[in-house]
Design a protein around this ligand. Sequence first.
Ligand SMILES: Nc1nc2c(ncn2[C@@H]2O[C@H](COP(=O)(O)OP(=O)(O)OP(=O)(O)O)[C@@H](O)[C@H]2O)c(=O)[nH]1
Length: 337
Amino acid sequence: MSTQIYLLTGFLGSGKTTLLQNMLGSLREKDGEVVILMNEMGEEDIDGEQLQGFGFPVKKMLDGCICCSIRGELTEGLKEILSSFQPDKILIETTGVADPIDVVDGLTHPELYDKIQLKGIVSVVDASRFLDLNSRFQSTASLVKTIRNQVRYADLLLVNKTDLTAPNILAKVKDKLRELNSQAPLLETIRSEVDLEVIFSVKRISPPSREEQTPTVAVQKSIGRLSPMDKIKQSLGLKTSSPSLYNSIETFAYHFTGKVDGEKFEDFLYDLPKNVYRAKGYVLFHGKEELISFQHTDNQVLMFPFENFGPKMVAVFIGEGMDQEKIIRDLEKCYAG
Ligand SMILES: Nc1nc2c(ncn2[C@@H]2O[C@H](COP(=O)(O)OP(=O)(O)OP(=O)(O)O)[C@@H](O)[C@H]2O)c(=O)[nH]1
């Protein structure tokens, strides 16, 4: 029997890792052997730490996006998981800027063809930001296309963060989602809470009924690592698979050298410029011993004590055109108590 693949997609900070945590918390023996494949843009593994303790194997693919720069590694990663664990299910969490169509393309590798079956694409939408992101990224064609494709190609839509969304905005978000995808079941959620059975019974929506697909844009410049296949293609003068989006999204990590002032750090996160789409990591505050996990999206800052003391004290920033030096300068002002 082939291994079932569930693809979890959605923009940066929409609630994908939260969904995975809920799913792992509800898994029972009958659900069989489950392996998680996580992909993060930067070199630092922030989300993987959040999944420790559930007792499931987690394969991490860092520093690139499986929809483009490290798509070749997706095939290798899946082959490795299949041979090491022979799982019944693989849950793939994509980066927030992955175009699901490109990931699906990566899943159709001939070596995987008869070994895996894509059961469905579950897309988590941050209802509190969806309209804003849609209009803000109008000028960035590739980014708006990705956000829309994450909805367009979903087989199940979780309209998340409804607790942060006014009813009139939520109604507009749902109208927009329906415009993009009239067929996928649409569920309103808070903290990505949904019955595991709903996810596992997701059904693929047949391709002809979808809106016209927009082809991937091939580009010359790539800041990400090229996959082995892309290197071969490039040496042969063929188009590589990297879509333009990954070129414009950057990420950098900052390693804390000591404890910071909690209040100043919170203000620093709230004051981050709009072109920082996401920040997350682990930090220690003056006068406290517990490690703090922090999460930032442009309308939300969350901090909570993190019991697992494994992670490094590090902050990861994801955005476009970020003034890295200024961000670091501002962050370093938080060391003073
Ligand atoms: N208020 C509120 N917060 C939420 C909800 N869902 C998730 N969050 C919080 O939003 C933050 C981002 O959630 P994640 O699950 O890490 O989002 P993600 O999509 O995995 O983020 P990336 O992997 O960085 O793209 C976390 O701090 C969550 O606790 C929700 O429905 N309401």
